[in-house]
Design a protein around this ligand. Sequence first.
Ligand code: G3H
Length: 524
Amino acid sequence: MNAAIPANAPNLKGRILIGGTVHESGYARKQVFSQSTAIGTMGPTLIGETPNVDKELFLSAVDAARIAWARGQGPWPLARTEERLAAVTQFRDRMLPLRKQICQLLMWEIGKSWVDAQSEFDRTITYINDTLEEVKQLERDASRFQFAGGLLAQIRRAPLGVTLCMGPFNYPLNETFTTLIPALIMGNVLVVKVPRYGQLFWDLLLEPFRDCFPAGVVNILNGHGREIVGPAVKTGLIDVLAFIGSSPVANRIKQEHPHPNRFRSILGLDAKNPAIVLADCDLDLAVNECLRGSLSFNGQRCTALKLLFVHRSLVFEFTRRFVLKVDALKCGMPWEPDVQITPLPDTEKPAYLTSLIADAQSRGAKLANPDRGGRVDGALFYPAVLTDVPLTARLAQEEQFGPVVPIVPFDDVGTVLTYMVESKYGAQVSLFGSNPEVIGPLIDRLVNQVCRINLNTQCQRGPDVFPFTGRKDSAEGTLSVYDALRSFSIRSMVAAKQDASGKTLIRGILDGDTSRFLSTNIVL
Ligand code: G3H
């Protein structure tokens, strides 16, 4: 068990990686504080510095990526798959010994519990391993020739270009890597803009990235998003946007590109996943799943349950059991054993959540756990449960992304469906019930509103073999180990007439192993 407090934080100086060189001076920095100590009489603790580069320096990172890409002629986009697999494997092996330090920095900076921080690291390693295997399978499948219309052809996947990669603060390692790793392994080059929290651990990865990939293939830095990202996209040098964050920010960024048709986006955005608790559900199961679904990592998950629709016939009993469990959750610092609710990294969040509660109450909602629900102690926000929340309340419309759980009673599931049809969100839903005659037709309606229907279980992203996507303002493109490799590449093919000269030429290329692309070599 690691219970080290931030006083032991390494003195990280906010370095950056551009064009194969790690820099530690010549640009502004910002102090990074752990809000995890900001409870009671204690304040935040200074735990390091992060780069705060200006527009010019950020543009120089984009330029380093441009040079590495070299219009698709650089060593990385031209590398053989085996070479890319070897580089990513080497990087993973350099990352493994950093596990404890990375997890500590995650814990201190974003308040993720020690257990959850380790789980974030471990699932990231699993994701890398699964991606390595999936690439091999992709290559095996692509090595076969196809015959059609008198032509023989080989179809493979080729990289897209310079990728701007921006992950979220709630999974700054895992979610960033679920775009970064597939983009990289498919031969793209990267500019990584580090999330606004969860910044410090990147410093530990600069040398592994520098040593395992050709210069300029991975560039890592940070600065004020509004000042640096728009100008970078405006250059037209960025081909792909991989962004996990809010839809207004994604919209702003996309509009900057001078050639929108050349600009691909893979986006994970807002969500307001409802739970629909039907009258015939297993109540204890529904309560437990809704608890985990709404309050794991303080509700700071895009997949969190953010609105609980409960059939009026059991809303009283559901709320009673739910509140008992919510008020029993251990709240405290992220390194405390068994802690479940931890300080929020965003210092503006407690005031925002408080305003959502006040708005809901002004519209008739009631605080179901007044003993401690909604109490603020520094960065710690005690989870609040609101009942009788009207759909006009901001809490029913905005993504709270924090430990406030709204309960909306319903009589007719049609009202829930109408809410979902009219909602701008379209990620997931959880359905609690037992009658196939009711659930079956509901599924048919819900599949056209969201992209994952969870039966008697909470919403979640994993396992990563499943597609992770959404409709409307919730996502663009699909991520999974399988899909991400396709999202960050394009099919490109070689075709020749199926005649003697066509066959002879192709045979010559294959036998002489003269092409990295046109090849039947199997990656083992
Ligand atoms: O914040 C969004 C994450 O992808 C959620 O992942 O459902 O595994 O917590 P999770």
